[in-house]
Design a protein around this ligand. Structure first.
Ligand SMILES: Nc1ncnc2c1ncn2[C@@H]1O[C@H](COP(=O)(O)OP(=O)(O)OP(=O)(O)O)[C@@H](O)[C@H]1O
Length: 236
């Protein structure tokens, strides 16, 4: 079957077409993106003012929200029209997501938090502890924290554990929502360099959401979410 969702050279990781979303049926205005593409292996900085729709777009890409109209194709798979069960499976196996609040289970150990992500993806990976250790080291964390409860870690450490958990299933797409706001400038910059290097090394497509324009310097591609949004029915 011909591949309709790729450019001549590189396939698209994200392909949005006529995307339409309303939080409530009664909302007069809807969140509407006529079209947007990100190629596989690209790292994109998605910025915009508070309330502009960054998190909404990320949640639509993560399948946490389901659009009322249009299509989201991820990694050449129609995503938004999948049943919720199939979408959950596809997400677990192909997409790493880091939410603003990290969403670690506080009383579980770092290893158990990471193991859970692998369990949901049903990859049958039997080397989780070894691979989790390698990821922690790559993220400049001591492996001694593997058996510590998540809520005993610093915010910076929790952030890196959240990234490790998102990477354990070797996702092709990583969606990250503004995780650096709690860090000091030096730690934030070190974290960004590390994250971008890891994505480049493993050809992971990254969409990184933030309102902090200082972070733009770490990316070759930068998009203002307001430039993607249009009035529904308008010509683009
Ligand atoms: N659960 C919700 N119910 C109704 N409206 C919502 C909900 N979440 C967000 N919105 C609205 O959608 C719009 C976009 O919000 P969103 O959180 O996506 O913006 P953002 O750019 O991520 O903001 P911030 O940088 O402050 O996190 C805002 O007008 C917001 O009020």
């Amino acid at each position: 079957m011909p591949n309709t969702f790729s450019s001549a050279s590189t396939p698209f990781a994200i392909h949005i077409n006529q995307l339409n979303y309303k939080y409530h049926k009664a909302d007069k205005t809807s969140f509407y993106i006529p079209t947007w593409q990100v190629k596989q292996g690209e790292q994109v900085f998605l910025h915009g003012e508070s309330g502009s729709g960054k998190t909404t777009l990320l949640n639509l890409l993560a399948g946490v929200l389901t659009p009322q109209g249009g299509d989201i194709t991820l990694l050449e798979q129609a995503f938004s029209t999948l049943s919720s069960k199939k979408r959950d499976k596809f997400r677990a196996q192909n997409i790493g997501v880091v939410f603003q609040q990290f969403n670690l289970i506080p009383y579980l150990s770092v290893l158990k938090n990471i193991q859970l992500a692998s369990y949901f993806a049903k990859t049958g990976n039997t080397k989780i502890e070894q691979e989790a250790s390698a990821l922690l080291l790559a993220l400049k964390l001591p492996t001694t924290i593997l058996h510590k409860a998540a809520n005993t870690l610093s915010v910076g450490q929790q952030q890196r554990v959240a990234i490790a958990r998102a990477l354990i299933n070797k996702p092709k797409l990583l969606l990250v929502d503004e995780p650096t706001s709690a860090l000091d400038a030096a730690s934030r910059d070190a974290f960004m360099t590390l994250l971008i290097d890891l994505c480049k090394q493993h050809s992971i497509t990254l969409v990184f959401v933030s309102h902090d324009m200082h972070l733009q310097q770490f990316f070759e591609l930068s998009v203002d979410v307001t430039s993607l949004l249009k009035e529904e029915g308008s010509k683009c």
